[in-house]
Write a protein that binds this ligand. Structure first.
Ligand SMILES: NC(=O)c1ccc[n+]([C@@H]2O[C@H](COP(=O)([O-])OP(=O)(O)OC[C@H]3O[C@@H](n4cnc5c(N)ncnc54)[C@H](OP(=O)(O)O)[C@@H]3O)[C@@H](O)[C@H]2O)c1
Length: 344
């Protein structure tokens, strides 16, 4: 059975990764269509060995397409996801537009694949925020063992999480520092080169940022509404790879050795945890990889049943494109959708 798949946002950071991952994982697609804004009509992108020419999303007829992997931002998703879904094409959206809708499942396949069946409400499935995706992959197996009560997390998020223009800004500013040129900040509120910025997304009334709120709300929706989570999200001058310093309080005792053994067996996790110089994973090493890496696993004696760990993943892959393709695989492998008939 082969499916017709559209990638909307195909010229973007996440869209290009989606096309690569569909090819790498040999997703059963008979045809892949690349869509972007009308500005990019005719721009060429790769799907495996094939070159695809981008078409404008607004003129595309989805009635013969089975799955739309969408990474074109919230504004586009809010308007277009329902229109695409109404044409019988399942939308897997990467933006925050649909994540908190009670009729839209929010899925990380290693954690809550069973909830994907709920997509029929709106024909839309949401992909979580990049920081949440890697966090819940690491938390789920520990939660199953000892029940998490509270999580305190500080993130170190790469610029690719803010799109391709943000990567260009880090590059341009870094170059400007070396050649003593003027440093321009357009995408970020302050200089990001050789610096870091303790705010991601807009401020909420309580002083937290929207990115921090997303981590809290999405962890509850995906993993367990009883988990309390507080976050500080920080943008750092790294191109690809989000890192997280995580402190967890459990209901029951769990040792660092137990946690290490559980995480070694857990789907999607890879433990790199040598207590020696260079024995931990860094974002540079996680870039281009599929795993969620866990290092620095240690007991925290300042709280009851406490553990600390370091979690790193490629935000464009597990944080976005890979997770979206894994969701599509769940739909196919569990026979939740059947391909539409190929047009004669
Ligand atoms: N980057 C991450 O780590 C990450 C993680 C999780 C979720 N996400 C989400 O994924 C989405 C895309 O992120 P990104 O990093 O790939 O951004 P990006 O690099 O800026 O790419 C944005 C894409 O959206 C397309 N687009 C913009 N306006 C459009 C329109 N009116 N109609 C059709 N296509 C349009 C762009 O096409 P043009 O080139 O034609 O403008 C481009 O292909 C965002 O919602 C983001 O929040 C990103």
């Amino acid at each position: 059975m082969e499916y017709k798949v559209a990638v909307a946002g195909a010229t973007g950071n996440v869209g290009r990764e989606m096309l690569d991952i569909l090819a790498e994982r040999q997703f059963p697609a008979r045809e892949v269509v690349a869509l972007a804004s009308s500005r990019s009509a005719g721009v060429e992108v790769s799907w495996g060995e094939k070159t695809l020419k981008c078409r404008p999303l607004e003129h595309y007829d989805f009635s013969a397409t089975d799955i739309c992997l969408m990474s074109a931002g919230s504004v586009v998703a809010r308007e277009w996801a329902p229109k695409i879904a109404a044409q019988g094409c399942v939308v897997i959206d990467n933006s925050s537009a649909w994540r908190y809708d009670a009729n839209v499942p929010l899925i990380v396949p290693e954690v809550n694949a069973d909830a994907a069946a709920g997509f029929r409400g709106r024909n839309i499935i949401a992909n979580p925020n990049c920081s949440t995706a890697q966090l819940v992959v690491a938390l789920k197996p520990l939660h199953d063992k000892a029940t998490i009560r509270r999580v305190v997390v500080a993130t170190y998020q790469s610029v690719s999480g803010a799109g391709k223009e943000a990567m260009d800004e880090l590059f341009a500013q870094t170059r400007a520092v070396f050649v003593s040129d003027t440093i321009e900040a357009k995408k970020f509120p302050k200089r990001i080169a050789f610096n870091l910025i303790p705010e991601i997304d807009v401020f909420m009334e309580d002083g937290f940022t929207k990115e921090e709120w997303k981590m809290m709300a999405e962890t509850k929706k995906i993993l367990d509404p009883a988990i309390k989570l507080t976050a500080t999200c920080v943008r750092v001058p790294v191109f690809i790879g989000h890192s997280e310093a995580v402190n967890i309080e459990f209901a029951r005792p769990i040792s660092a050795d137990e946690a290490r053994a559980i995480l070694r067996e857990a789907p999607g996790c890879l433990v790199i945890d040598k207590r020696e110089p260079g024995g931990s994973i860094t974002p540079h090493e996680a870039a281009g990889e599929d795993a969620t890496y866990i290092s620095r696993i240690r007991e925290d004696s300042t709280v009851e049943n406490g553990l600390s760990l370091w979690v790193v993943a490629d935000n464009l892959r597990k944080g976005a494109a890979l997770n979206a393709v894994q969701i599509a695989e769940v739909l196919v492998n569990r026979k939740l959708i059947a391909p539409k008939k190929k047009a004669a």
